[in-house]
Design a protein around this ligand. Structure first.
Ligand SMILES: [Zn+2]
Ligand SMILES: [Zn+2]
Length: 276
């Protein structure tokens, strides 16, 4: 049933782009730059193959991992919500109810219109993985962005080194020249796009924030300012702790997309108030 997830145009496009970048980098640019039979050429091809394989593995994990749905028996703990005011309790109950699922949802869960259900610690619905990015696959998604950024930057550097070696001497082979330049622009553009995405998620992880919470937080901060108060993201428990909550306590396993034993049920999350 999970294999059905692969039957989607964006997924097909990702495979196509991955395959194209890999073949062009190894069999055109590395081959023409150093030659695949030379030590430098085969070493670069090997490093790039490892990076491409890790990107592909993380991509498959992202597509196949269920981001996490709300347990059927879930009920919000309104009595211990920290507010003794009955009106505030009612508001907590209202906020934690999803009208579309006709069920309660835990903090940080959101309803995804595409998946048609509430997803735990939802970040966003990603077309390119045909899946929601949520509690259980956020680490794999982040690791995928790291590997894909490093791989495309590696490829861009090889193209630049190759271009310097060639000294742009194409001897009038115009169609080939256009092909090389198009590939170069495409791969450099891909690295910049992925690099921007990576920087954004590094920021979110250090703040223990999801993309949805970032936008919600901007509104909450504006409302707080209007009433002369300060808003602080409730799940921000400190830089390093925030990072370990996503990537895990063992630094050696940070870049492994399947090392997710540290991930809890996705219903309760430590808050800044508890860690005071
Ligand atoms: Zn829902
Ligand atoms: Zn979704």
């Amino acid at each position: 049933m999970k294999c059905e997830k692969f039957v989607a145009f964006p997924i097909f496009s990702v495979f196509l782009v991955m395959g194209f970048v890999y073949l062009v980098t190894v069999f055109i640019f590395i081959e023409d730059w150093k030659g695949l039979r030379s030590t430098a050429g085969s070493l670069n091809a090997m490093i790039f193959t490892v990076l491409a394989s890790l990107s592909l593995l993380s991509f498959l994990v992202c597509v196949l991992t269920d981001p996490g749905g709300v347990p059927p028996a879930y009920m919000p703990d309104i009595e211990h919500s920290g507010d003794s005011d009955p009106v505030a309790k009612k508001s907590v109950a209202h906020l934690s109810h999803c009208g579309k699922c006709a069920a309660y949802k835990p903090p940080r869960a959101h309803h995804c219109r595409v998946c048609r259900r509430c997803v735990l610690r939802m970040d966003h619905h990603c077309l390119w993985i045909n899946n929601c990015v949520g509690h259980r696959n956020y680490k794999a998604f982040f690791v995928l962005v790291i590997y894909a950024t490093v791989a495309s930057m590696y490829s861009s550097i090889i193209i630049v080194l190759w271009a310097f070696q060639k000294e742009f001497n194409f001897n009038g082979r115009t169609p080939l020249k256009i092909f090389y330049i198009t590939c170069g622009i495409m791969i450099v553009g891909l690295s910049l796009t992925l690099g921007t995405l990576l920087s954004w998620h590094i920021y979110l992880i250090t703040q223990n924030m999801t993309t949805i919470e970032y936008y919600e937080g901007k509104r909450a901060a504006w409302l707080a300012r209007k009433s002369g108060q300060n808003y602080r993201h409730p799940f921000n428990v400190g830089g390093y702790k925030n990072v370990t909550l996503v990537l895990g306590p063992n630094v050696m396993k940070w870049l492994c997309p399947t090392a997710v034993n540290h991930i809890k049920d996705g219903v309760d999350f430590p808050t800044a108030r508890e860690s005071l």
